[in-house]
Design a protein around this ligand. Structure first.
Ligand SMILES: *[C@@H]1O[C@H](CO)[C@@H](O)[C@H](O)[C@H]1NC(C)=O
Ligand SMILES: *[C@@H]1O[C@H](CO)[C@@H](O)[C@H](O)[C@H]1NC(C)=O
Ligand SMILES: *[C@@H]1O[C@H](CO)[C@@H](O)[C@H](O)[C@H]1NC(C)=O
Length: 568
């Protein structure tokens, strides 16, 4: 009785179980890869923790290519705008840079797939149509292998892609050997239809080795090419829609370079050869470091993700997106907007920034940290999602090179999947990749070999997340038909038989057995103890956070992480 009374006090706490779940999630109590499993689908998907949501966030799907240390199911992944699974596929193995792009007036899902050695990729680029079938495979020309960092389809039906080419180079400017090895950075423009090479640019023809900010640290010094020095590290290529010039981001020289149609450098933003006077209040317009994903926003505005950190150092304690305005009359650069990472997280590699087409909101994928966020154009945080625990962000155990938000219509060729519960009273239904399902119509027939039209519709269940649980009415032969918001039939599951197998009397007895004295009391004690412990942690969560942050900082300095002069 006393236990009962004490427990009443904790009831309000139990009611807030959802936020508790979030706290445990972020602290890593569900492990490095919290995931959701399904009855009708045999792949587990990373569970998303919605930290913040706002209806001003643009409608659309989120495209990720998760991978990382021990990450169980690498491959492309699509979430809806609330973080519910829409599509996962393992057939391609590890992929990078999943996104939607337009080619010849149609939407394609595009990504890189192949082998990845930790620095460069050696593979090809895939283009899937709305039924998730491979329609084009684009390869690099001149005997090269396509790298992970960029695959950009232009309005002219061409593709921009990156290549990392290991070759010999003189490293004596950095006190290295004369016959050392580098990863050279190239990009190519390829005609998608014919595969013809239209343009190629090689960094080492235009950038000196000592323009790199990456310490040599014995890289590239061995007689074999195994441990080459990645001096430039190309990580994005964009093409100006009107003048045709190329915009290249180099992470290790801290530069954004504009390249003319004959390969010559027109100007450089940032780095040792910067062409602009920085008139921003904090020097960020030219002082970004280790950045990713430079894109034209207008004729004189560009966006990028300023990681401001690499594995062994940082120039700012957190990463942020930047919108930079260039003045080509006076050669000045100014930062118009900053998109500061929520919780001041630092992403020390990878990441992306996208200005969304309808709202002009800014969508950022935090690369090595399993998080993505959406901001208003002025920099107010609107939505914030984690798809792995915050406590492991630094390690990159769950990461996606880029994240994109986009409109997408997916109509898979495979039928929906269904699994019947042991009791024969419920069915679980899902349709991997289908985007326009509004709900499920349960249909029944008395006989398994009846024609399609002999099925009668008995019930409608609106779709709940990736998988919907449908209660079966009656017995016999069933199937579930996916319908869209207009009531059109999109596809049907296989026909399955279901009969009531559950013994009702047995069920009541077994559900009552929990009230046998000992079990009941111990359950109460268990609930109360958990409640008390949880309260203690909740009250002390600030303190806990302090402890985690300070030990994390200590760890970083222990690993030789250098704090450079701060640029933020
Ligand atoms: C997708 O491509 C496959 C193979 O080329 C084709 O059979 C299918 O009709 C295409 N789907 C759509 C919606 O265009
Ligand atoms: C260049 O600077 C001058 C003087 O500061 C200013 O008057 C002029 O408007 C600037 N030009 C542009 C295109 O902003
Ligand atoms: C199933 O229904 C069809 C058409 O109504 C009938 O011809 C057939 O004999 C039935 N089969 C069984 C096993 O009842």
């Amino acid at each position: 009785m006393a236990a009962l009374l004490v427990c009443w006090a904790f009831l309000p706490l139990l009611a807030t179980a959802f936020s508790w779940h979030g706290l445990w999630y972020e602290l890593g109590l569900f492990g490095p890869h919290p995931s959701l499993s399904y009855e009708s689908f045999d792949v587990k998907s990373p569970e998303v923790h919605v930290k913040q949501w706002n209806p001003k966030c643009e409608e659309g799907y989120v495209f990720l290519s998760p991978q990382g240390h021990g990450y169980p199911e690498p491959g492309p992944l699509v979430y809806d705008h609330k973080g519910q699974l829409v599509w996962m596929e393992r057939a391609f193995g590890e992929v990078m840079d999943l996104k939607v792009q337009q080619y010849q007036g149609q939407d394609y899902l595009t990504f890189w797939a192949g082998e990845f050695d930790g620095t460069r990729g050696m593979g090809q680029y895939y283009m899937l149509n709305s039924s998730y079938e491979v329609v084009h495979i684009v390869a690099a020309a001149n005997g090269h292998q396509g790298d992970v960092h960029e695959f950009r389809v232009t309005d002219q039906g061409t593709a921009l892609l990156t290549i990392y080419d290991i070759r010999q180079a003189d490293l004596s400017a950095l006190d290295g050997p004369k016959d050392g090895w580098i990863y050279d950075s190239l990009f190519q423009e390829i005609d998608i239809e014919t595969g013809e090479l239209l343009f190629e640019w090689r960094a080492s023809d235009h950038y000196a080795i000592d323009e790199s900010r990456l310490p040599l640290a014995n890289k590239g010094s061995s007689p074999s090419p195994q441990d080459a020095y990645d001096y430039f590290h190309i990580d994005s290529v964009d093409k100006h829609p009107r003048d045709g010039s190329y915009l290249v981001s180099s992470r290790y020289t801290h530069t954004i370079t504009c390249i003319g149609s004959t390969g010559e450098i027109l100007w450089v933003l940032g780095g040792k050869r910067n062409s602009f006077t920085d008139i921003s209040s904090d020097g960020s317009a030219t002082g970004f470091t280790w950045q990713h994903d430079a894109r034209w926003h207008s004729d004189n505005e560009l966006t990028l993700l300023d990681n401001a950190a690499w594995e062994r150092g940082y120039t700012c304690d957190h990463s942020r997106g930047l919108m930079i305005e260039l003045d080509f009359a006076n050669w000045t650069a100014d930062t118009l907007h900053r998109y500061e990472s929520p919780g001041r997280l630092s992403s020390h590699s990878q990441g992306s920034l996208q200005v969304l087409p309808r709202t002009a909101n800014v969508f950022i994928g935090w690369g090595k940290s399993s998080a993505y966020s959406e901001f208003s154009v002025d920099g107010d945080l609107l939505c914030d999602f984690h798809w792995g625990p915050r406590i492991f962000f630094w390690f990159g155990w769950t990461k996606s090179y880029r994240a994109q938000k986009s409109h997408w219509i997916g109509r898979p060729r495979n039928p929906p999947d269904v699994e019947v519960d042991d009791t024969g009273r419920a069915a679980y239904v899902s349709w991997n990749g289908a985007t326009d399902v509004a709900g499920w119509v349960l249909q029944r027939a008395s006989n398994g070999s009846v024609p399609e039209d002999a099925f009668e519709s008995v019930q409608y269940d609106p779709k709940e997340g990736f998988e919907t649980t449908v209660e079966l009415v009656g017995e016999g032969y069933f199937r579930l038909v996916a319908v869209d918001f207009e009531g059109n039939h999109l596809g049907a599951t296989r026909v399955f038989e279901a009969y009531e197998t559950w013994d009702t009397a047995e069920a009541i007895k077994s559900s009552l057995s929990i009230f046998s004295e000992g079990v009941f009391q111990w359950t109460l004690v268990g609930i109360c103890a958990t409640g008390a412990l949880s309260t203690a942690v909740w009250t002390g969560r600030r303190w806990l956070r302090e402890v985690f942050t300070s030990s994390y900082k200590r760890l970083r300095s222990y690993w030789g992480v250098t704090k450079y002069e701060l640029a933020c």
